[in-house]
Design a protein around this ligand. Structure first.
Ligand code: API
Length: 257
C-alpha cells in the first residue's frame, strides 16, 4: 500500500506530514529515520503524523518525530503547517496539550500553551536554578519539549550544540537555542534541535528564547525572533500562554511505495 504525504516547511524547518486520520500508517523508528533521511528517503527535520482526536474539543491528534526517530511533545513550525493543511483554525491535540490555532492571510498563530520552569518539568537530572544553569549560564524551560537558551553568541550553535544537547543535565536531551538580543523587542536566534541538529528555524525554540529572555529582564513580552529561515512573532501573554505567529508553506504532495 502506498503512503501519501505532504511536504511542508515553516521558515525552512521542514516536515513530512502524513494524514493518518482515515488509515493509520505503519511506522516504526527505522521507517521514520528512513523517510527523514535527505539521501535515502524524502528528507525532513521532523515527520508529523495526524490521527483522529481523542480529547474533547480537539480536531486532530498530532505526533511529532525527529529525524533520529525520537518523539517530541511540541513542534511550533509544524503546528502552523498542520493548521494550514487541516484548515478551519483547528484545535491540535498534542502531548503538550490542546493548541488553538488561527489564520489571518498568510500568517498562522498557534497558542503554544504555558511554559514550565520547574527542574523536573524541563526535565533536568538534578535540582537547579533553571534561570541560570551550570552549563554556559543557560536558561531552561519546557514548551512541552525541553529547551535551553544560551545568551550571547549565535555563531556557537554548531560547536556547542551537540555536546549541550547530550549533556547529562538533560536526561531526555534538549533543544539548545543560541540567542543574541538586538533590542528588547527583537532577537536573533539559532537552534541546535534535539534529534535533528541545526535547523533553519524552531518555533518552540523561539517561544522558549523569548520566555527565557523576559525572565532575565532582557526582552519585552512581545518580541520578533529572527532565525536563519526568517522571522516569528512571539508574545508571552499576561495569562501565561505563549502565542507564536508565522508562515507555513506547502512544497509538494507525494506518495511512497
Ligand atoms: N522544529 C520544532 C521543534 C522540534 C523539537 C524537537 N527537536 C524536540 O525533540 O523537542 C519547532 O518548530 O518547534
Amino acid at each position: 500500500m502506498t503512503l501519501s504525504f505532504t511536504k511542508m516547511h515553516g521558515l525552512g524547518n521542514d516536515f513530512i506530514i502524513i494524514d493518518g486520520r482515515q488509515t493509520a500508517p505503519a511506522l516504526d523508528t527505522d521507517k521514520i529515520r528512513h523517510l527523514c533521511d535527505r539521501r535515502f528517503g524524502v528528507g525532513c527535520d521532523q515527520l508529523v503524523v495526524l490521527s483522529a482526536p481523542t480529547a474533547d474539543g480537539a480536531d486532530v491528534l498530532v505526533r511529532f518525530f525527529n529525524a533520529d526517530g525520537s518523539e517530541s511533545g511540541a513542534c511550533g513550525n509544524a503546528s502552523r503547517c498542520v493548521a494550514t493543511l487541516v484548515g478551519g483554525n483547528p484545535v491540535l491535540q498534542t502531548s503538550a496539550g490542546l493548541l488553538l490555532t488561527s489564520q489571518d492571510g498568510d500568517l498562522i498563530t498557534v497558542n503554544m500553551g504555558q511554559p514550565r520552569f520547574g527542574w523536573q518539568d524541563i526535565p533536568l537530572a538534578r535540582e537547579c536554578d533553571t534561570l541560570h544553569l551550570p552549563i554556559h549560564d543557560a536558561a531552561a524551560c519546557s514548551m512541552g519539549n525541553p529547551h535551553a537558551t544560551v545568551f550571547g553568541d549565535v555563531s556557537r550553535a554548531e560547536d556547542l550544540g551537540p555536546s549541550l544537547e547530550h549533556s547529562p543535565l538533560f536526561p531526555q536531551r534538549a533543544n539548545i537555542g543560541f540567542a543574541d538580543i538586538i533590542t528588547p523587542t527583537h532577537m536573533r536566534l539559532r537552534v541546535w534541535e534535539r534529534g535533528a541538529g541545526l535547523t533553519l528555524a524552531c518555533g518552540s525554540g523561539a517561544c522558549a528564547a523569548v520566555v527565557n529572555a523576559v525572565r532575565r529582564g532582557l526582552a519585552e513580552r512581545t518580541c520578533v525572533v529572527t532565525m536563519d529561515g526568517g522571522d516569528l512573532r512571539i508574545t508571552w501573554q499576561d495569562n501565561g500562554d505563549v502565542l507564536m505567529t508565522g508562515p507555513a508553506t506547502t512544497v509538494f504532495h507525494g506518495e511512497l511505495p
